[in-house]
Design a binder for this molecule. Structure first.
Ligand SMILES: [Zn+2]
Length: 532
């Protein structure tokens, strides 16, 4: 087998993806996502725009210890200024980044109208800025903005911009379809022209999705010789989004036309975490994952009954273009109870619960799961709650303690110094081993107060839950209108770093939270093997 060529993946979820309406990453979010991208095997993580806002400035103030090339984004020097007299460029050069990605105009019309300068000054700005960054020892990328539109209007000028960056030592010249209107055959033609001047292993593609072809355009660029693809997780990005790396990665890995010729930094094992990464980002954004997302959506491998399902039972290849487990997804067979049963059996095996496949309780568990999912429980997202449900149906969850009652009060009043404050107080009455324990706690909100009171004194079980900590709390309103129910997902962590997610559903947010909190505590006791 001949050596395969390397394609580099560049993620801009934290920069271009952060442009999305309603998306506002905190510093913590950015660090979490950067780590996730690094774990996935992405080559370049573009963190943001240091100097443009406090979050990004802070992000680039310290090293993040990632394997990926952490990249800062910013503009080339402003027209009429020198590189040493441009604060924006200075902030970029000072950023703690492994690489610097400049964005520069490559469409003469934009140079004239938006930048109000001359083509010559635009080229000089590219040369000076790339040169200054290369001189700091950093890897440099040049994003040629509006490259495809610019090429159509004035190919000589567009190519001159790209070439100016390359000649100054930029590692990558990235061709951007900024308005997202280019079509795959155009991209293939234009990239073909560019690589006559700049070797393809120095050319990247940055496609927006305005004709829903950002993925196709990225692949077309690769066919024409480009060797870097820029995109975002789940195609996040303003307007219609950016090229979706979650679709591009498995296509490069699993489709022979690409897989036989190219390799990427994502290993087979990392590919299996793709669905999880995609869903984690959605959860962070408090969005419902797209059920119909290619490769990773809940419905991507869901086949509805009848002859399809029975053929899939015989051989999955009959109705699947790739095997779902390659990307960390699961096959779903709907309607047929027989198929649902095999799904449940597979889940039980994953958890490590041994049960005979003809055990009647499996159908019982399946019925309970279906019933509860119909009213809003999400067991795919709440692994720990599913495990508890399964153990309960199989009679394997001890009754450690009973919550006899709880009471949550919210009071708004003036405090001692005359400020208006809202205070939450929870009182919980628990029966452990025949003994009644009453605990009260104040919290920053009713759920926090309830959580603190519940975990304050569990008698002989207290030692097992001391290290328990809530790490995330997410609320989603289902249905809408007056019939709305609330789903609460709680992520917990223990002293060993193990994390699990539990779910509660109720028309009442406190009740939904209580269910999820209880599941979290009981799950911890089960896992710790607490004696009854
Ligand atoms: Zn963009």
């Amino acid at each position: 087998m001949t050596a395969r060529e390397r394609i580099y993946l560049f993620d801009t979820t934290l920069r271009d993806g952060a442009q999305t309406n309603g998306v506002d990453f905190t510093l913590g979010d950015k660090l979490t996502i950067a780590k996730m991208l690094d774990d996935l095997g992405i080559d370049y993580v573009e963190g943001g725009y240091p100097g443009a806002n406090p979050t990004d400035t802070q992000l680039f103030a310290e090293d993040r210890n990632l394997g990926a090339t952490f990249t800062a984004f910013g503009m080339t020097r402003r027209p009429g200024r020198s590189t040493s007299n441009d604060p924006g460029l200075a902030a970029l050069l000072e950023a703690k980044a492994d690489a610097i990605c400049f964005v520069a105009k490559s469409w003469d019309y934009h140079v004239r109208v938006a930048l109000e300068t001359t083509p010559e000054e635009n080229l000089a700005s590219i040369r000076d800025s790339v040169g200054a960054a290369v001189a700091t020892g950093r890897e440099v990328l040049l994003d040629c903005e509006h490259f495809f539109d610019g090429y159509k209007a004035n190919p000589q000028f567009a190519l001159a911009c790209a070439k100016a960056g390359y000649d100054q030592g930029a590692r990558w010249i990235v061709l951007c379809d900024t308005n997202g209107g280019a079509l795959p055959h155009e991209v293939e033609t234009v990239v073909g022209e560019v690589i006559k001047l700049i070797p393809g292993d120095h050319v990247g593609i940055h496609a927006h999705n305005d004709t829903e072809q950002a993925v196709a355009n990225s692949l077309a660029a690769v066919r024409a010789g480009a060797r870097q693809i820029q995109g975002t997780l789940n195609g996040l990005g303003e307007r219609c989004g950016n090229a979706n790396l979650v679709s591009i990665i498995p296509t490069l890995k699993l489709k022979p036309e690409f897989a036989d010729r190219f390799e990427i930094g994502v290993s087979d094992a990392q590919l299996k975490s793709l669905a999880h990464a995609s869903h984690t980002l959605d959860e962070m954004l408090n969005r419902a994952p797209n059920r119909h997302a290619p490769y990773v959506g809940e419905s991507a491998f869901a086949t509805k009954a009848g002859i399809h399902a029975s053929a899939i039972m015989k051989d999955p290849a009959t109705y699947e273009h790739v095997s779902p487990d390659r990307v960390g997804n699961r096959r779903k067979l709907l309607v047929s109870d027989q198929a649902g049963k095999s799904n449940v059996l597979a889940e039980l095996e994953r958890i490590g619960l041994k049960v005979d496949k003809d055990d009647a309780r499996i159908m019982q568990l399946l019925d309970v799961v279906k019933e509860r999912e119909a009213i809003g429980y999400a067991y795919e997202a709440a692994d720990a709650s599913f495990e508890l449900l399964a153990r309960r149906v199989l009679g394997k969850v001890p009754n450690y303690f009973d919550v006899e009652k709880f009471d949550v009060n919210i009071e708004q009043r003036d405090n001692a110094v005359g400020q208006r404050v809202t205070v939450s107080l929870a009182v919980v009455k628990v029966k452990v081993d025949g003994e009644t324990l009453i605990s009260a706690a104040e919290g920053i909100g009713p759920v926090n107060a309830l959580d603190l009171a519940l975990r304050k004194d569990l008698g002989k079980y207290q030692g097992y839950i001391n290290g328990l900590e809530l790490t995330d709390y997410r609320v989603r309103i289902l249905n809408g209108g007056t019939e709305a129910v609330t789903r609460v997902l709680i992520e917990s962590q223990d002293e060993s770093g193990e994390r699990w997610t539990t779910v509660g559903v109720s028309p009442n947010i406190i009740d939904a939270s209580f269910q999820a909190l209880m599941d979290s505590i009981v799950y911890k006791l089960v896992r710790a093997g607490a004696p009854v």
